[in-house]
Design a protein around this ligand. Structure first.
Ligand code: ADP
Length: 575
């Protein structure tokens, strides 16, 4: 049966019950009313007429008007004879009244009439008693019938009350639960409503939908699995080592290269916490040190040197955090990270070859260039022979170019030494003042050419510093030469030397073009030159200065306001 039909039937049945009860009660009450009416019409009226006739008899003592009243009531009584024996009694009253009309003062007749009327009243009172009993019976039967019908109605209504909501609510609850299961990805869920109503149809449609979703998800799953295999194959065949960890640091996967480099077997990797593996593996320990929560961003550090298959290999580590937005949410959620060890051995080898090449070439060039410089100086000597003006100009230009070549080869040699780690530092306690004097002297002619005044402020009672004086002088000369080169003509440059409890600060301040903020972080990188710099140079001076100062246990920094000037400072520790 359809749900709608069931509901219509249930509610309709209740409605009919109510109607039936109402009709039954109405009918019973009307029967009761009829019974009481019977008493009223048939007997109460007779009693009323009889009473009036008795009153009329009383009046006869005064005048004869009582006769008329008697006659009226007698007539009414003759039309209202309802009980057994009433007709005879009325006939007797009528007979005696006829006689009384002829002899109105006959007391015997009056007494007879009283007796007859009493008889009439008695008959009717008996009838009232009888009919009242009948009315009682009717009332009792009505109460019984209404109670029985009411109880049956109540029981049926109760059964409907219990069953009807359940027939609707139970399938809806099952349906809701099943929809939730489907939403959670359980596409095997089916509804089993063995019924032919609307819910049966809903269950059929639901099952069809679930089956299609299941088929779809299975076909999707196949595709996802194939896709996953492809990515796994890609990761496995990568030349770089890849380790994937979840948000708790447990290893999800590691490729062959990762196992090879770390020397950890795949079985010992998967499912274990990286920290636990790190306890027995130095390389993994070095990697996990960078995996703390603060290090979720890309990490750039020195290359890691590892011996793989008996060969020195270099790896650059990159940590890639994996953040996703879960479906239905708006914030990123951290779910793990990739550790990528990029194999940079080839680049490193090329870099070493390049450094060696630069080192060899600059070393080999230095001697011939120095002898050219010496030759130029000899030619300038008048004792060797007089030169004409054009020859003198040529010699000046050759001397300038040789100086520049000497500076460049010197810087290249220094770089090669720095890159190959072959810097020879002779750290001894040295006085800073002569270093400053040397740098000022070395840049004197350039400063004069550009009309730049060099201010020197050296604090008194400076302590000796632990440094290689030649290299410290090289650094200061380089900083001062930069300050002079990158300053506008006819300005001034200051050298400030100040005392600090643990060493000495030397700074070179200029009022030149300054350095734009975005380049400040790169200024100490090798071969870096601020874009648009039109002065000649190699971009090596500052990087060599940094290496030199740090090798002496000091540090170097820059402050600059674009368009207003720069201050380069370095610190040397006290001896
Ligand atoms: P080079 O001067 O040979 O180019 P450096 O390493 O000494 O190489 O300097 C790198 C770059 O830094 C320069 O090319 C220049 O653009 C910038 N620079 C260095 N010193 C200053 C300075 N005092 N004022 C402005 N720019 C400077």
């Amino acid at each position: 049966m359809k749900l709608k039909a069931k509901l219509t039937f249930g509610v309709g049945f209740l409605f009919s019950m109510i109607l039936f009860l109402a009709v039954l009660s109405g009918w019973k009450i009307s029967r009761l009313k009829q019974d009481t009416n019977n008493i009223l019409v048939a007997n109460y009226n007779t009693l009323q007429y009889s009473r009036n006739m008795l009153l009329a008899l009383e009046q006869l003592h005064a005048d004869l008007s009582g006769l008329e009243l008697f006659a009226q009531n007698l007539k009414l009584q003759q039309q209202n004879m309802t009980e057994n024996g009433e007709k005879e009694a009325t006939a007797r009253v009528s007979l005696h009244f006829s006689a009384l009309q002829r002899q109105p003062s006959n007391l015997v007749l009056i007494a007879d009439l009283r007796k007859d009327i009493s008889q009439l009243m008695y008959l009717n009172m008996e009838a009232i008693e009888h009919k009242s009993k009948i009315a009682d019976d009717t009332a009792e039967k009505a109460i019984l019938a209404i109670s029985v019908a009411g109880t049956i109605c109540f029981m049926i209504a109760f059964v409907l009350l219990i069953n009807l909501p359940a027939t609707i609510a139970n399938p809806i609850a099952q349906l809701t639960e099943s929809i939730q299961q489907i939403a959670n990805g359980n596409y095997r869920r089916r509804l089993r409503f063995e019924r032919n109503d609307e819910f049966g149809l809903v269950a059929q449609s639901f099952n069809t939908m679930a089956q299609k979703l299941e088929e779809y998800s299975e076909s999707k799953l196949g595709k996802i699995l194939a896709h996953k295999k492809r990515i796994e194959a890609l990761i496995a065949n990568m030349h770089d080592a890849v380790i994937g960890v979840d948000e708790e640091g447990k290893v999800l996967f590691a490729n062959e290269q990762a196992c090879l480099i770390t020397g950890v077997k795949l079985n010992d990797f998967e499912g274990r916490k990286l920290q636990d593996i790190a306890l027995s593996n130095d390389l993994v320990n070095c990697l996990t040190g960078k995996l703390s929560h603060e290090h979720r961003e890309k990490t750039n550090a020195d290359p890691i040197k590892v011996f793989v298959n008996g060969r020195e290999s270099y790896f650059e580590e990159e940590i890639i955090p994996i953040n996703i937005i879960p479906t239905g949410e708006s914030d990123f959620q951290y779910i793990g990270q990739f550790i990528l060890l990029k194999n940079i051995t080839t680049f490193k080898e090329l870099d070493v070859a390049k450094t060696n090449f630069i080192g060899t070439v600059s070393h080999e060039l230095k001697t011939p260039i120095a002898s050219i410089r010496m030759g130029v100086q000899l030619l300038e000597n008048k004792q060797i022979g007089a030169l004409n003006d054009e020859q003198k100009e040529l010699l000046v230009s050759i001397a300038d170019d040789t100086d520049r070549l000497l500076r460049i080869t010197g810087e290249l040699l220094n770089t090669a030494q720095v890159e190959s780690g072959a810097i020879q530092m002779k750290l001894i306690p040295v006085d800073v003042a002569p270093i400053v004097e040397y740098a000022v002297l070395a840049n004197k002619s350039m400063a004069e050419q550009r009309g730049i005044h060099v201010d020197v402020h050296v604090a008194e009672d400076l302590p000796l510093v632990m440094a290689d004086s030649e290299k410290a002088a090289w650094v200061l000369t380089n900083l001062l030469s930069n300050a002079i080169r990158y300053s506008n003509e006819r300005t001034s440059v200051s050298i400030l030397v100040s005392k600090h409890e643990s060493g000495v600060f030397i700074s070179v301040q200029d009022a030149g073009q300054g350095i734009a903020p975005q380049y400040l972080a790169k200024i100490f990188e090798r071969y870096f030159r601020v874009p648009g710099t039109n002065k000649e140079g190699t971009g090596l001076g500052l990087s060599i200065s940094k290496e030199f100062i740090e090798s002496m246990g000091g540090n170097i920094s820059v402050e600059s306001e674009y368009g207003a000037g720069s201050t380069f400072s370095f610190f040397l520790p006290v001896a």
